[in-house]
Design a protein around this ligand. Structure first.
Ligand code: TTP
Ligand code: MG
Length: 368
């Protein structure tokens, strides 16, 4: 690749709602505003952990994932609120709609958090800082909530930046600042998860990005495995992970092209039973059930037809899938035409929940 084909420097925004569940509760119930509240857990302090705390409660040291009992000890007047997930999902849809005004390159990490790539933006605003401000303003005006934003050249820096001036803040780390920013970063912050890794680093005398930068790529991979290479790059401000939009699974299926064309109904039914097994397994993995089954038939002359069956309630069990496919097949002309391919697809899933991808786990990353 010649130097002139270098892609432009990316503009990445990370947006994260402030005290998300708690803020939604305070928005919807004026009695809770300005007060220390938590969502989740139990007021008797008998059990359970809190999901999140309002910023008023955080002043007492109350935090996410803290046992209710501890939270109550820190803040005796603490108000416990039962979660309303439907309301949080609704807000989540709302913020995504706002993001979509500027880009389709949106990667949600959870209900309240997403990366946006605005290297090019729909409204030609050009400035990632201006876009982030407009998004924050729209969230305030239209949803009556606040969000914090981090703006920089890659995902890693943008995510850390968004937490730096919470709540209701925007932090921009300019390209020229990125190397210095990474060098001063404490390793624990740096690696988000990995308490164990952070401890290991501390024991090795590694406390900041600068310490990591002093190690060679070989040394880093020797001590930390494959992810060492990620560390090597990211500490130099290099994080080429793309913003990958979450795409909802619209259909799930499998098909088989046969070595010899099938001529008898018996063979065809046996082939469908095998394909149904694969489809069933895939549906189970993605935890989906479909209301429509489509059978695809390709004949030896390459002509292709499809037949559908729909149910009122979603279907995902092997027997129903196999039977429906075989019934659809039986209703076609199977006596005069040889078949070279059969396929089964399930679709019409309704609303599928996005896979939880909360947090940053470098162990699971595709490394450059
Ligand atoms: P976060 O964005 O981590 O936290 P937050 O939005 O409450 O606060 P802030 O970003 O201002 O620091 O998580 C978003 C929501 O996810 C949070 O409101 C509740 C839920 N959550 C849990 O249920 N358990 C947890 O351990 C965490 C961290 C979050
Ligand atoms: Mg948040």
């Amino acid at each position: 690749m010649s130097e002139t084909t270098q892609p432009p420097q990316r503009k990445i925004i990370h947006i994260d709602m402030d005290a998300f569940y708690a803020s939604v509760e305070q928005r919807d119930n004026p009695d809770l505003r300005g007060k220390p509240i938590v969502v989740g857990g139990s007021p008797e302090g008998r059990g359970g952990v809190v999901a999140t705390a309002s910023y008023e409660a955080r002043q007492f040291g109350v935090r996410s994932a803290m046992p209710s009992k501890t939270a109550l000890q820190l803040c005796p007047g603490l108000i416990f609120v039962y979660p309303r997930f439907a309301a949080y999902k609704e807000v989540s849809r709302g913020i995504r709609e706002i993001f979509r005004r500027h880009t389709e390159l949106i990667e949600p990490l959870s209900l309240d958090e997403a990366y946006l790539d605005v290297t090019t933006d729909k409204l030609n605003i050009g400035s990632a800082i201006a876009i982030a401000q407009q998004i924050r303003q729209a969230i305030r005006d239209e949803l009556n909530l606040t969000a914090s934003a981090g703006v920089s050249v890659n995902k890693f820096v943008a995510k850390i930046a968004s937490a730096m001036q919470k709540p209701d803040g925007l932090t921009f780390i300019a390209p020229a600042q990125v190397p210095g920013f990474m060098e001063q970063l404490p390793v624990d912050k740096f690696f988000g998860v990995g308490k164990v890794t952070a401890e290991k680093m501390h024991k090795m005398g590694l406390h900041t990005g600068a310490h990591l930068k002093a190690l060679t790529e070989d040394e880093l991979t020797r001590h930390f495995g494959k992810v060492g290479r990620f560390y090597y790059n990211v500490v130099r401000g290099i994080d080429n992970r793309k913003v990958e939009p979450y795409r909802e699974t619209k259909s799930q299926g499998a098909e088989d092209t046969f070595a010899h064309d099938l001529t008898t109904l018996e063979e065809m039914n046996a082939a469908l039973a095998k394909i149904a097994l694969v489809v069933h397994e895939r549906l189970q993995k993605s935890q989906l059930k479909g209301r429509t089954l489509t059978l695809k038939i390709k004949y030896h002359d390459f002509k292709q037809i499809t037949r559908n069956k729909s149910w009122l309630a979603p279907v995902g069990d092997l027997a129903s899938i196999t039977l429906a496919a075989q019934q659809l097949l039986a209703a076609t002309d199977t006596t005069h035409k040889k078949i070279r391919l059969l396929g089964i697809t399930l679709s019409n899933f309704g609303e599928a929940a996005p896979k939880p991808r909360k947090g940053f786990n470098p162990e699971q990353l595709e490394l450059f």
